[in-house]
Ligand binder design. Sequence first.
Ligand SMILES: [Mg+2]
Length: 317
Amino acid sequence: MSLLLPQIRSVLFGVAVGDALGVPVEFVSRYALRRNPVTDMRGYGTHFLPAGTWSDDSSLTFCLAEALSRDFSLKTLADNFVRWARQNYWTPYGEVFDIGITTAEAIRELEKGTDPEQAGCAEESCNGNGSLMRILPLVFYIKNMPVAQRFDITRKVSSLTHAHIRSIMACFYYLEFAARLLDRTGPFLIYEQLKKEIPPFWKSLKLPRKEINLFCRLLDDDIYELPEEEMKSGGYVLDTLEASVWCLLTTASFKEAVLKAVNLGHDSDTTGAVTGGLAGLLYGFDNIPDEWLRQIARFNDIENLARRMAKKLTESS
Ligand SMILES: [Mg+2]
C-alpha cells in the first residue's frame, strides 16, 4: 500500500464529511443553530437532500484529485471543472445543486477557451472562499517543492476561479498548514512556525503590505484565544480560513472540530469542509466516525479516487 494513501483518504473524506455535515444547515444562522445544534449527520434541511450529501466544495476537490491522479495540468483541471458544471461529473447524485458566482463565471470563461490562468476573477470583490474550499489535495503534489514553486502552483490553481492575491495567499497559508500536518508536526507548533516563516516570504515576493496585514489574526495574534463571537463564518475567504484554524486549535478530535465549524452557521458546508480537511490530516482517517463515513454519498468512488491518486503520486515521486 502506498504510504500516501491513508493521508489522501483523510483529506478526501475529511473534506466530504465536513461538507456533508454542513449542507443541511447552509445559510442557517449561528443563533438558530445554538438552539438546535448539528450533532450528527442530518438529512434534508436547506437543500432537501439525504444525509451524507456533499456539495460543490467536495465535487471540486474531487475534480482536483482526479487531475492529480493523471499527469497534472491546469488544462485537465479546467476540463474537469467544466464537466462538473455541465455534465454533473463528480456530483453526489447526478446533479449540481449549488455553485458560487465567481466559480460559475470562471467556468463560463474556461468553456470559451480562456487560458486557465486568466479565467478567474482578479477583483478585490472576488474573494469568496471558492478556491480555498477545493485546494487541499494540491498539498500532496507540491509538498516537496521549494517554497517559491509551492506558492506559484498554488497561485495558478486558485486563479482558475479566484485570481485575487488575497485568495491565493489564503490558499497558500492553508496548504502550508496542511503540509506540516502531513509531517506530523503538532498544530500549535505549526501555527507558531507559520507566524515566523510566512511574513518574510511574502515580503520577499513584494506582496502588498495591506494584504499581508489582513492576515494579522493568523500571523500576529493568538487566534485560539479569541471567543466565538470574534469568528465569522460567511463566504469571505479570510473568514473561512480563520474559522477553520480556530476550530482546529480549540478542539481535541475530528468530530469536535467539524461540529464546531458547522455550528458557526451561515456558510456551514464550506467552513465544515475546510476544517474537515485539516482535522482529517491531524487525527487521521480512523478517527473520522464510522457512522458518518457509512452515510457519505459515493463512498466507494471516493475510496477508489484516493487509491488512484496515491498510486500516481507514488509512481512520480
Ligand atoms: Mg457548498
